[in-house]
Design a protein around this ligand. Structure first.
Ligand code: SF4
Length: 184
């Protein structure tokens, strides 16, 4: 029989025996979450096209378990903001974020989402972190798919190593309150 080309992910540190495995619950859940991120692409302009390339067969985000695009915030756990966000659109983005269930992560894809980019004007939000917390910033105008994948892998790293209790901590609640977002 031909040797399989499928690579298995290493299990988290733990004790392996015949028919059993014992490890940290945090790490096991973290591993599962990191390879089943469901992205919600909030694409408004050119960076969205780079995101589409990232999803295409050449780059194939599905290799990282992130191929299940969702446009329903209640089912997605990774908000990928790709493109220019006008101040008029900002409340909509914030509403989408607040409708997502915990745990959730946010990636600012490209210069516009990260800082307003070249649009230093009265009508453009100068970075989405003015209205919602951001976990990973991907630089570039536009970033190449490799960079978006790098950002995705950073999010995976966060998801893998995050404590299951992080979302209940006073620090996390204070972070959301600083954005006037009610966690309860
Ligand atoms: S960062 Fe550049 S490529 Fe991306 S949306 Fe802004 S102008 Fe377009």
């Amino acid at each position: 029989m031909a040797e399989s080309k499928i690579k298995m992910v290493e299990p988290p540190e733990g004790i392996n025996g015949q028919g059993y495995y014992a490890g940290s619950f945090d790490k096991i859940i973290g591993l599962a979450r990191s390879y089943s991120l469901w992205p919600l692409p909030f694409a408004t302009s050119c960076c969205g096209i780079e995101f589409m390339a990232t999803m295409g067969s050449s780059y194939d985000l599905g290799r990282f378990g992130g191929e299940n695009m969702l446009f329903s915030p209640r089912q997605a756990d990774l908000l990928m903001v790709c493109g220019t966000i006008s101040k008029k659109l900002a409340p909509v983005l914030k509403q989408v974020y607040t409708q997502m269930s915990e745990p959730k992560w946010v990636m600012a894809v490209g210069a516009c989402a990260s800082s307003g980019g070249i649009f230093d004007t009265y009508s453009v939000l100068q970075g989405i972190d003015r209205i919602i917390p951001v976990d990973v910033y991907v630089p570039g105008c536009p970033p190449r798919p490799e960079q978006i994948i790098e950002g995705f892998m950073e999010i995976q790293e966060l998801a893998r190593n995050e404590s299951l209790r992080r979302r209940d901590t006073p620090e996390y609640k204070a972070l959301l309150q600083s954005y006037n977002i009610d966690i309860d």
